[in-house]
Each structure stands twice: as structure tokens, then as C-alpha cells.
Design a binder for this molecule. Structure first.
Ligand code: FES
Length: 123
């Protein structure tokens, strides 16, 4: 049902944890199932220097959180903003149709963390 890549990221999620002094934080909840995800970013010279996540959710939500952090780490803020939910699901080799809603959290949480960073740094 799940691709090997989904299973790998579910079993060995990358960048799980907290950044205590995060520069931006994004929280999202999935209205379909009630699962929640938090993304924390550290920004240096307009790039995502570090990113960590905490997800209370299903395997697909954990796998999408994990791979999305790998997709944006080291990227500029503008590049990270271009990440879409669809791109995250595709990077995992697709998700079963019933689990597609689970892929809606990761990019949204990253975008909210970017918004939070930008609102904190508004002049
Ligand atoms: Fe809730 Fe997958 S069932 S995110």
C-alpha cells in the first residue's frame, strides 16, 4: 500500500524534534482526521539552516513531514516557499488515494513557519 520510501521515512523520520530558539514556527491541524504537525525553522542569511518537526499523526503524515524537511533544508526562503503538497507526495513515490489528505500538512506547516519568520522580521 505504501511505497518503500514512505515506509523508510515513517520508520526512520529525518529531522524529528524541536528547535528551542526557532526563528519561525508553523502549526497545522488536519480537519479530516484531527492530526497535528509543527515545523520549526532556523534561518541564516536568507536560507533554512535547520528545520525540525513534531507530528502527532499517521504514518503518511510522519513520512511527508520527514521528506519535506529534507526538501527545504539549505534552500532559500523563496525556494522553500515554492514547495507544494503535491511535490511532497510525489517525492515519496505517491500516496494511496485515501491518504492523500495526509500530505496536505507538511508544505502548509513550512509555509506558516516562513510566514512566522517573516512577520517577526518585518521592519
Ligand atoms: Fe491524519 Fe493522515 S490520517 S494526517
Amino acid at each position: 500500500m505504501y511505497s518503500d520510501l514512505v515506509m523508510d521515512h515513517f520508520r526512520n523520520p529525518r529531522n524529528v524534534g524541536k528547535i528551542e530558539d526557532a526563528d519561525g514556527v508553523g502549526n497545522v491541524g488536519n480537519p479530516v482526521c484531527g492530526d497535528v504537525m509543527q515545523m520549526m525553522i532556523k534561518v541564516k542569511e536568507d536560507r533554512i539552516e535547520d528545520i525540525k518537526f513534531q507530528t502527532m499523526g499517521c504514518g503518511a503524515a510522519i513520512a511527508t513531514s520527514s521528506i519535506s524537511t529534507e526538501m527545504v533544508i539549505g534552500k532559500t526562503l523563496d525556494e522553500a516557499r515554492e514547495l507544494s503538497n503535491k511535490a511532497v507526495a510525489e517525492a515519496l513515490g505517491g500516496l494511496p488515494p485515501a491518504k492523500m489528505h495526509c500530505s496536505n500538512l507538511a508544505a502548509d506547516a513550512i509555509h506558516l513557519a516562513l510566514d512566522d519568520y517573516q512577520s517577526r522580521h518585518k521592519k
